[in-house]
Write a protein that binds this ligand. Structure first.
Ligand SMILES: *Cc1c(COP(=O)(O)O)cnc(C)c1O
Length: 461
């Protein structure tokens, strides 16, 4: 018999979670105005809101916490982090920041000015936010295949080189301070970018003398997909693949809350000394002195250790396999999910799940609430609520895809939890024709409304 796949770690410490009753959840979700962000974590049994900062640190990371050097300047923790970043990414210079968006804020302060154009594969919300806040424009050059949830294409995070060249040709070089490649591409479903595509972006950028930066939150998961799916990489180690990936970039921004498996932290990696010096000024202004940048010494230690663990093949195999395990279970039971499965989450296609349901009543949110009621599972809507209103017309923007994202925290849940999630969603699927009442908005903020929106049930039709 072939030995089955199993986890590459065992459990040393546990945290109890409470399995509530449906009656309790009915009350709680109503009190939360049907917004899952308003629930207390104690009211959630399995929390799939995000994989950001929700991972479990290892025994080695916790030991590193005790060794943290809290000196203001020149702490050993800073040098430990510098060494890990140099070894893993190859970037000579780095700036610590308190999280990923802070890295964007510092880097973009040094690079982006009003009216600039920043092409990339679907920019992450905070990246886009930091670009638009500077009155610059993010232009999405993702390949069209990314927007078809059923098409089996291995690298749906790829940049369409023709689209990119068109953007580069239609604007003067001075207006394009950088190209951002997000690995994996979070907004298109945790989909990887191929090595060939990174190389092609580099070549196009070199022709025009434009910088390329990687938004690298899930760079290690991306490397794992390259090893598995791209020709010529099967026999390369994850670290070799990571080094080659970053060889095509001038620098990186990192949310360490993802692939460095810490609860808080981030950094910028750079090759260019001049840019490093320019960015250092903003780092000191916004984050802290360049040898800690918003992080405690102990956190830098845990981050350095997390970078090694996050780029370990066995860890990544466990991680990606768990996400795929859930995805396959759902797919086998006829539940419409995005395919191929992403690295960090499974995306349920709510429009195909509830085809009879009016999108005006927030179909993905309705499904997310149903899943919570069924099993105490907290997913997140990636649909009309998230898309906000059109700033000019004030009308709802209905995105092409209405998704419920089930984001899997790193090293936190077991496959029994995955079975439980699948069972709950299958139960909802079996009674899908009874789901008739959606929501209307009671109260909402002008932007980023999904965090705080208050909803009420519409009347039975
Ligand atoms: C999470 C994330 C960010 C922002 O990082 P924070 O640590 O949440 O500030 C940026 N880009 C991508 C792709 C991300 O997933």
């Amino acid at each position: 018999m072939d030995l089955p796949f199993s986890e590459s770690y065992k459990i040393k410490m546990v945290e109890n979670i409470h399995r509530s009753s449906r009656q309790e959840r009915e009350v709680w979700i109503k009190e939360a105005s049907y917004n899952l962000f308003n629930l207390k974590s104690s009211q959630v049994y399995i929390d799939l809101l995000t994989d950001s900062g929700t991972g479990a640190m290892s025994d080695k990371q916790w030991s590193e916490m005790m060794l943290g050097d809290e000196s203001y300047a020149g702490a050993s923790s800073y040098y430990k982090m510098k060494k890990a970043i140099q070894e893993i990414t190859g970037f000579e210079y780095f700036l610590p920041t308190h999280q990923g968006r802070a890295a964007e804020n510092v880097l973009f302060s040094a690079l982006i000015k009003e009216g600039d154009i920043i092409p990339g594969n679907t920019h992450f919300d905070t990246t886009k936010g930091h670009i638009e806040f500077r009155r610059a424009h993010a232009i999405d050059c993702t390949i069209d295949e990314a927007f078809n949830t059923t098409l089996d294409y291995p690298f749906k995070g790829n940049i369409d080189i023709d689209k990119l060249e068109k953007v580069l040709k239609s604007h003067p070089k001075e207006k394009i301070p950088l190209i951002v490649v997000t690995v994996t591409c979070n907004s298109s479903g945790g989909q990887p970018v191929s090595m060939a595509n990174m190389k092609a972006v580099r070549e196009v950028a070199d022709k025009c003398g434009i910088r390329v930066f990687f938004d690298s939150a899930r760079f290690a998961e991306n490397a794992y997909f390259i090893k598995l799916k791209e020709k010529g990489f099967t026999d390369k180690s994850i670290r070799e693949i990571v080094r080659e990936m970053f060889s095509y970039a001038d620098g990186m921004t990192m949310s360490s809350k993802k692939d460095a498996i810490v609860n808080m932290g981030g950094f910028i990696g750079l090759r260019d000394k001049e840019l490093f010096e320019k960015a250092s000024t903003f780092n000191i202004l916004f984050e802290g002195f360049i040898s800690y940048g918003g992080m405690s010494g102990r956190d830098m230690n845990a981050l350095a250790q997390g970078l090694y663990e996050g780029t370990d093949f066995n860890y990544l195999e466990t991680r990606i396999n768990q996400v795929a395990y859930l995805g396959q279970k759902l797919k086998d039971n006829g539940i419409p999910v995005q395919y191929p499965f992403g690295g960090h989450a499974i995306y349920v296609d709510a429009k195909r799940f509830l085809p009879h349901f009016p999108v005006e009543e927030y179909v993905a949110q309705t499904l997310a609430v149903e899943l919570y009621l069924e099993g105490g599972i907290r997913g997140v809507e990636i649909g009309t609520l998230l898309a906000d209103r059109d700033p000019d017309t004030g009308k709802n923007r209905f995105p092409e895809l209405e998704l419920v994202r089930l984001t899997i925290p790193r090293r936190v849940y077991t496959n029994n939890h995955m079975d439980y999630i699948a069972a709950a969603l299958i139960n909802v699927y079996e009674r899908r024709s009874d789901i008739k009442r959606g929501f209307k908005i009671k109260k909402e903020a002008p932007i980023l409304r999904h965090f705080t929106v208050e909803l009420e049930r519409v009347k039975q039709r």
